[in-house]
Design a binder for this molecule. Structure first.
Ligand SMILES: [Zn+2]
Length: 291
């Protein structure tokens, strides 16, 4: 385990925020979330980059596992299909075609989708459980962005729910601000600490996902970190599609009563977000531009 300073303001002064269990773990280990004086919430101490691998190599880890059939697997797949198109449409007004890097691209669904739209796609993910066969032949695939040739620049860099998993945030943001072409766009999506349903689930809120989720952004802290690295925020979006999945996952193991409960909590979360905007969405998407 390692202790860290705040990745946004660099301060060491933190207060306890929440104690959480590993929702996929077999033992009762607890993890501690802290809140910095700047307001940012993160896991501290946290497993090192080497130690964290054990927490991904579990059969039930959702974005990586292949098992089909139960309710939330089906929900996940459905949401994913709808979301791919949604993500593409958010980028299109700024960049119609070019070089794209997907950082922490999971099983490569978005990379494949963009390759099919004739983008030149570079893909990075360092978790060995991912099946490489899912990646289209035209995609350049890397375990680490440091392996990407130096002369490649990108018009779009995407981090779909991957920023909260990355140990070296300073490296990744420096990389983004160097490798984006002028006017290029970074699309960053993360779970939102201000999601209305978090207060219902408390420490069982699935997006805490300790110790795999190292940071818990809200709209303000995500804007702060983008601006720290001179990326100008140009759009903010609510990700309504993430609410049902996060809610079902928080209620797992499911039964008929919990499914009814999930329906009403989702309805509540959607209405709350519709009225109050991305600041209170289950997940948020920020588009930033290199000026
Ligand atoms: Zn801070």
């Amino acid at each position: 385990m390692e202790s860290i300073d705040c990745v946004i303001c660099g301060k060491q002064s933190q207060s306890p925020f929440e104690t959480v269990f590993d929702r996929l773990g077999e033992n009762e280990n607890t993890f501690h979330l802290v809140r910095c004086t700047c307001g940012f919430v993160f896991l501290n101490p946290r497993p090192t980059q080497t130690e964290i691998q054990n927490y991904y190599n579990v059969p039930d880890y959702d974005p990586h596992h292949e098992k089909q059939g139960n309710v939330w697997d089906s929900v996940y797949k459905f949401v994913q299909t709808v979301t791919l198109k949604w993500k593409y449409r958010k980028i299109l007004p700024f960049e119609e075609l070019g070089f794209l890097l997907d950082i922490g691209g999971g099983q490569g669904e978005f990379a494949n989708y963009m390759a099919e739209k004739n983008w030149y796609v570079y893909f990075q993910d360092d978790h060995s459980t991912i099946k490489r066969t899912l990646i289209s032949n035209t995609i350049q695939s890397y375990r680490h962005v440091k392996q990407i040739p130096d002369d490649v620049e990108f018009s779009v860099i995407t981090l779909w729910h991957s920023l909260e998993h990355i140990h070296d945030v300073d490296f990744v943001f420096t990389y983004i601000s160097e490798k984006l072409v002028e006017g290029g766009v970074a699309a960053i999506a993360v779970p939102n600490l201000n999601a209305p349903e978090r207060k219902i689930f408390r420490s069982a809120w699935a997006p805490y996902d300790a110790p795999r989720h190292l940071y818990h952004f809200n709209l303000q802290s995500l804007e702060d970190i983008c601006e720290k690295y001179k990326l100008t925020v140009i759009r903010k979006y609510s990700m309504f599609q993430d609410a049902p999945y996060n809610i079902l996952l928080s209620l797992t193991p499911l039964n008929p009563i919990k499914l009814i409960k999930a329906f009403f909590i989702t309805l509540y979360a959607w209405i709350y977000t519709a009225i109050r905007g991305p600041k209170y969405s289950s997940s948020i998407l920020l588009l930033c531009q290199k000026q």
